[in-house]
Design a protein around this ligand. Structure first.
Ligand code: 3PG
Length: 308
């Protein structure tokens, strides 16, 4: 019997990415099943029942989903963050989980600058704004997106700093980036802070009021990571006390409506997470995902496994 690969994407990949996945499946003799824009969890539960492999984006792969997928051997998150997958449940059920690091990071970084320019120019409302040139940006976590942020920021003529306890100063310096000794120092000295942290227990609400309140006059936080890393109560206090402070995010906070009503000129949120939503990023991540599935099912290759 041929292997079955399910592409379950509530927010679909671009058509070319889907074609790339389907072509790779066909070449390998795998069946490719497409479940896009599903509204109901029941649709996902039904669809996973017989499949060997699963390609997802931010789709929630809970214990219930994993336990429903009796033949499942591998889940590949076409993207970077895998906080949407129950890793413990996957491990218990001998399901390998992988991500596709770096494949969509340029798209995410470009969107950060799109949002920064939009806010620096007062949402294009005709009022005089400010430029990115000669401003400083602090990159909070220097992974694949962070590195792309640094590269683009240098093109704008910004001073680039970064904080990441897992990346050596030498790596940052080789990129022309100033390593910061502490998060506190970076928040207190940069005009822009770019959030590029993964969501794990240690980073939940890590961007709290006491950190934000030290930020420079006119400072902006741009979040292309996860909404949960910012403390929403602290954010509300900060926006209320500091009309000069701006918060822009590709992932609307839970209290987005309240923030827009009270602090509309200080905030911007994309209506749906858009960072990785480009044809290029979708093809990169989608094709990497199917190639990783083939590599695992045919040769046992476990590069990029995240639940070891
Ligand atoms: C990621 O973790 O790769 C990004 O947040 C993109 O997520 P998405 O595939 O749901 O757009």
């Amino acid at each position: 019997m041929s292997r079955k690969v399910l592409v379950a994407t509530e927010k679909p990949f671009a058509k070319d990415a889907v074609i790339g996945i389907q072509d790779a499946c066909k070449k390998q003799g795998y069946d490719c099943i497409l479940l896009e824009k599903y509204a109901d969890k029941a649709d996902l539960l039904n669809a996973v029942a017989e499949v060997d492999a699963l390609i997802i984006r931010s789709d929630k792969i809970t214990r219930e989903v994993i336990e429903h997928a009796r033949n499942l051997k591998i889940v590949v998150r076409g993207g970077a963050g895998y906080d949407n997958v129950d890793l413990a449940a996957a491990t218990e059920n001998k399901v390998v989980v992988m991500n596709t690091p770096g494949q969509n990071s340029n798209a995410v970084a470009e969107l950060a600058f799109g949002m920064m320019l939009y806010m620096a120019r007062n949402k294009f409302n005709g009022k005089s704004g400010s430029e990115l040139k000669n401003k400083s940006i602090g990159i909070h976590a220097y992974g694949n997106v962070g590195r792309n942020i640094a590269r683009i920021a240098q093109g704008f003529g910004m001073t680039v700093c970064a904080f990441d306890p897992f990346i050596s100063a030498d790596v940052m310096q080789a990129d022309g980036v100033k390593p910061m000794e502490s998060v506190e120092e970076m928040y207190a000295t940069c005009d822009y802070i770019s959030l590029n942290l993964p969501l794990i227990e240690a980073t939940r609400k890590a961007i709290h009021y006491n950190l934000m309140k030290t930020m420079k006059k006119g400072a902006t936080i741009v979040n292309t990571a996860r909404k949960e890393i910012v403390c929403e109560d602290g954010l509300k206090m900060m926006l209320a006390e500091r009309p000069d402070f701006k918060y822009i995010s590709d992932i609307a906070p839970v209290c987005a409506d309240e923030l827009m009503e009270k602090f509309g000129s200080q905030c911007f949120f994309t209506p749906k997470k858009m960072g990785a939503q480009t044809g290029e990023a979708n093809v990169n991540a989608g094709v990497a995902a199917i190639n990783q599935i083939i590599g695992y099912l045919e040769k046992g290759i476990t590069t990029f496994q995240v639940n070891k």
